[in-house]
Design a protein around this ligand. Structure first.
Ligand SMILES: Nc1nc2c(ncn2[C@@H]2O[C@H](COP(=O)(O)OP(=O)(O)O)[C@@H](O)[C@H]2O)c(=O)[nH]1
Ligand SMILES: [Mg+2]
Length: 144
């Protein structure tokens, strides 16, 4: 079974994605802890927001088959540094959330993820459900 680790700033929609994709009643306790829920590994926003925690993120990623970098389409900034992806010896995808919101800027979100080195990007909304089927398929495909 594929295991997906989600990394992204606080409030971008990681917990919501886990709840929606797993169908489980996942509630993050907002502690500075890595949390496991079925196929998913949730990481605290702080792991990304403070470079001091990058090693923790790299260690956590060792347990997953897919690392998902989550970017909110309504944000004007991103904490993903340039060439972030090569730090991880894993399949890395980008997930852009909140695309149904007014003021969502997919192009900008995509640029942030591309700068970080992401190739495959999924555009989704947990609110409307759009784009989630592609992620569900990915979670069922064996990765090599
Ligand atoms: N409109 C909209 N709201 C979303 C979407 N995804 C997440 N949210 C909301 O954004 C807020 C923060 O999401 P959460 O999953 O707690 O973020 P986390 O800190 O990354 O785990 C919650 O109120 C979610 O309901 C989305 O695609 N569209
Ligand atoms: Mg959360």
């Amino acid at each position: 079974m594929e295991k997906m680790l989600l990394a992204g700033e606080t409030g971008v929609g990681k917990s919501d994605l886990i709840r929606t994709l797993s169908g489980l009643d996942f509630r993050s306790r907002r502690a500075m802890a890595v949390e496991f829920c079925g196929q998913f590994i949730n990481t605290p926003g702080e792991f990304l927001e403070n470079p001091r925690f990058y090693p923790a993120l790299i260690t956590s990623a060792a347990d997953c088959t897919i690392l998902a970098l989550v970017q909110d389409a309504t944000r004007k900034t991103s904490q993903f540094p340039p060439m972030f992806v090569p730090m991880f010896n894993r399949k890395v995808i980008g997930i852009v959330t909140r695309i149904e919101r007014e003021g969502a800027n997919r192009k900008l979100a995509e640029r942030f993820l591309r700068n970080a080195g992401v190739k495959d990007i999924y555009f989704v909304s947990c609110e409307t459900g759009v784009g989630l089927d592609a992620l569900r398929e990915l979670l069922h495909e064996p990765q090599d």
